[in-house]
Design a protein around this ligand. Structure first.
Ligand SMILES: [Zn+2]
Length: 405
């Protein structure tokens, strides 16, 4: 196992100070798959609260190496949402429901960090009569559409986008689940605001670390994630908007599956308020603590379940060899011993053929007709949903410890 050097701390990206109270440390990382034997490259992300303005962010400095490890190690993006139940509104429909009053005919609509373009495609589908101009701004053109114009840009440095909007300013800017990823949310909003038309609107959606989140099973979500540099409540988002010369004119808290969502509409304020804004007391530290407690309970419950099966003389299969697997094995040496003794066999779709401590990882398909008792290891809700679906018709269905409690 190797650990990236992350000893230095960043400045608070809201107030610029560097006085932190550390709340917890998230152990993230990736497998180095260049050799047959997997090696874990761990990255520790320290989540801290600014003692000056109360903003919560990862205070670990994001180096080029960390960005590379986080964004370019895995070609398949994990699904963000679980499947929408029949008859329910999809997350993208819910976004449009929230901001549709701000869409005017002939509007110039720009999605910053559009990704696969699902929000833009929803708008395109819902308002064919409005003659909208649709644009995506992102690192890469993942949409490849004839009707959506792509502008390549570094989302951490939007200062160069001005030339694209010289002749037609932005009427509706959209950015969903991006503001938690960028290095400086204030600069990100400032650069968008500079290119906004006089009466333009910005729609932002971020994961909600406010009070709503305390009601959820946060261990199933990726609310706390190495890619999420910033953690927001309505209070902190409001303070950040003010620093960028914007006001929150409408907001909504909602929950989809286990994902707490915060939506806001921002409008330019009449005066630029760049003076230090203190966020004040907010419930965010509670949310962070809760998630770590719930996650540790998951590790303990999984350990107990596996050890009990081994004691009963079963051979156990562990399905899904990712970050949760790494932390599970790290938390209990007995499990590593059982892998080495082949009382535990490992299965994974994409890592099959690699070895872990010299033991070959088997393809998931081998679980289909297998006598051993398998356990689904990943805890992230959409991943477990997908694995449960894949294994639905298998002879012996793997155990999902969460569907039994
Ligand atoms: Zn601060």
């Amino acid at each position: 196992m190797t650990t990236l050097d992350v000893t230095s701390r960043s400045h608070c990206q809201v107030c610029g100070q560097k006085r932190w109270q550390d709340l917890n440390t998230l152990t993230g990382g990736i497998w180095n798959t260049s050799a047959v034997e997997l090696e874990r490259q761990e990255i520790d992300f320290t989540i801290s609260q600014c003692l000056s303005c109360q903003h919560v962010q990862i205070s670990t400095v994001y180096t080029e190496d960390i960005f590379k490890a986080l964004y370019f190690s895995n070609t398949s993006e994990p699904d963000m949402w679980c499947n929408t139940p029949t008859g329910a509104r999809s997350p993208y429909q819910e976004m449009v429901d929230f901001f549709e009053d701000y869409i005017q005919p002939n509007s110039n609509v720009v999605d910053f960090g559009a990704g696969a373009g699902l929000t833009l495609k929803q708008i395109e589908k819902d308002f064919p009569q409005l003659n909208l101009v649709l644009n995506s701004v992102d690192f890469h053109d993942n949409i490849q559409s004839n009707t959506i114009n792509h502008i390549s840009a570094d989302l951490n440095n939007l200062s160069e986008i001005a030339q694209s909007f010289n002749s037609s300013t932005i009427d509706l800017a959209i950015s969903t689940h991006v503001l938690e990823h960028v290095l400086s949310p204030v600069d990100f909003l400032l650069d968008i605001a500079k290119n906004l038309s006089h009466d333009g609107t910005i729609f932002i959606e971020v994961p909600d670390s406010g009070e709503n989140a305390t009601r959820l099973n946060l261990e199933f979500t990726n609310l706390i994630h190495g890619q999420h540099i910033h953690y927001y409540t309505l209070e902190s988002l409001n303070a950040i908007a003010h620093k960028a010369g914007l006001n929150v004119v409408k907001y909504k808290h909602l929950i989809t599956g286990d994902i707490p969502r915060l939506m806001v509409i921002l409008k330019k304020s009449t005066e630029l308020n760049s003076s230090l804004t203190t966020i004040g007391k907010h419930s965010i530290t509670e949310v962070i603590t809760l998630r770590f407690n719930q996650y540790n309970t998951y590790l303990l419950n999984s350990q107990k379940k596996i050890l009990a099966l081994l004691e009963q003389g079963h051979q156990v299969g562990l399905w899904g060899i990712g970050g949760d697997f790494h932390l599970l094995i790290k938390s209990c040496t007995k499990l590593l011993d059982a892998i080495i003794q082949e009382d535990i066999i490992l299965y994974d779709m994409s890592l099959a053929g690699h070895t872990f401590n010299g033991k070959t990882i088997q393809p998931s398909s081998k679980l289909e007709n297998n006598e051993l008792i398998a356990l689904i290891v990943p805890i992230y809700g959409p991943t477990r949903e997908k694995m449960n679906n894949i294994s639905q018709l298998w002879q012996t269905k793997p155990i999902d410890i969460y569907s039994q409690v």
